[in-house]
Structures are given as C-alpha cells and as structure tokens.
Design a protein around this ligand. Structure first.
Ligand SMILES: Cc1cc2nc3c(=O)[nH]c(=O)nc-3n(C[C@H](O)[C@H](O)[C@H](O)COP(=O)(O)O)c2cc1C
Length: 206
C-alpha cells in the first residue's frame, strides 16, 4: 500500500472478528517494524508483551479492567481482538545510556530531559505498529492501562516494576464498530496548528 494511503487510512478500530487470528507473519512484521523506531541515544529502552493466547488475553482484561459486571460496548468489542501488544518504556535504560561517556549525564538527573524520551520512544514504536497494521489489512486501537490497574497488570504478567506500560494495542481484522464520540471534535487543520516563521496566535490556541 502507498505510504500516504497507510497514513490516511489509519484509524482506531474498536471491534474485531474474533474468528480470524492475526497471521504469525503479520505479528512478526509488527514487532520488526516496532524496533525500527528511533530512540534517544539509541537506548531502545522498550519492551513488548505479546498476548495471543485466549487465556493470556483474558488475564489482561481481568487485570486492567476497572469495572465489575458485564463489559460495556467498548470493552466487548476490544475483547474480541485476537491479539494484544503492550508497549513498555524503561526509564532506567535511558538514565544508564546517558550516563555513558559520550553523553556524560552521570548524575542521572531527570531534570535534564526535555520530556520523558523513554515514553516518547515507546510511543513511536507503537505508531509504527499502528501503521504496519493498516499495511497488513488489519485494524488496531491504542489505549492506556489505567494507573489504578498498573500494579495488577505488572504482577499478572511478571513485568518488572521498572517497566511502564505506555499503551496497549488491540489488533485484529476489523468488524463494524461505532465511531468514537471524540471524532465529533473534528480534525484540527494545519492552518490551526502550524506556525510558519513565528508563532502567530490562532483560534483555540493557548
Ligand atoms: C495516547 C492515546 C491514548 C488513547 N487512549 C484511548 C483509549 O483509552 N480508548 C480508546 O478507545 N481510544 C484511545 N485512543 C484513540 C483516540 O481516541 C483516537 O486516536 C482519536 O480519537 C482519533 O481517532 P483515530 O485514531 O481513529 O483517527 C488513544 C489514542 C492515543 C494517541
């Protein structure tokens, strides 16, 4: 698929055909592309948990769901995904990497970091997976693990506490779903968010 078409077609899919697993070759490609993401100092301080077995996916939803009782429409659709990939960041890998001689931040002071690059990089890897999903004719949705469920999630899968789940991605063949109510906001155009040469205030700018 043309790259521009991949970008244009990408959208979050929140309902899946539960009877069509993601082909192993496609899973492999998603992960191979994820690790092509850029990373600060080439730290590559990320980690990916791949859940394709039904028991593992059940464990994920049990660990991360905040609501008791039957799943709402969002959760029911998401639970039909045959694959979940959780992207994690590992801050210590960055602090260690930047304490090396070529970087020299031996004090490991987090105030040095313009923004948390460890989370940025995991997000970049996630985006590459979201784009690869489109190229593979699949659908996906990126979503967060609620902070109140992070400890339960880490413990359910033996993820070391030094790793933060930056986002989970459901993947599968799309089934009809509801448009997100957020989309009513409309896409902000380049005329609203791009400033050439000098930051000229635009509507909704603050
Ligand atoms: C950081 C981040 C967190 C998100 N969290 C959720 C989420 O918890 N649940 C959900 O259904 N969608 C989530 N989304 C998807 C957004 O709602 C979606 O990207 C946005 O509405 C634009 O729609 P589109 O991606 O289909 O173009 C998230 C997206 C991002 C980038």
């Amino acid at each position: 698929m043309e790259f521009a078409e991949v970008v244009r077609r990408r959208r979050m899919v929140r309902n899946y055909d539960p009877d069509r697993p993601v082909p192993p070759a496609a899973v492999e490609r998603l992960l191979e592309h994820a690790i092509r993401a850029p990373s600060a100092g080439f730290s590559q301080g990320w980690g990916f948990l791949v859940l394709s077995e039904p028991a593992d996916r059940d464990r994920f939803w049990r660990a991360t769901s905040t609501d008791e009782g039957p799943p709402d429409r969002w959760l029911a659709g998401m639970q039909r995904a045959p694959l979940i990939i959780v992207a994690h960041s590992h801050k210590d890998a960055y602090l260690d990497r930047y304490a090396e001689p070529d970087k020299g931040w031996t004090d490991r002071d987090e105030a040095r970091w313009p923004v948390p690059y460890w989370d940025i990089d995991a997000g970049m890897a996630a985006l590459l997976m979201l784009l690869t999903v489109v190229d593979e004719g699949l659908g996906a949705c990126f979503f967060g693990v609620p902070p109140a469920r992070t400890a339960a999630y880490l413990s359910a899968f033996g993820v070391p506490a030094a790793y933060s789940p930056v986002g989970a991605i459901t993947v599968g063949y799309p089934a009809p779903d509801q448009r997100s109510p957020s989309l009513k906001r409309g896409r902000r155009g380049t005329d609203q968010v791009v400033h050439h040469g000098r930051w000229v205030p635009v509507a909704r700018d603050s």
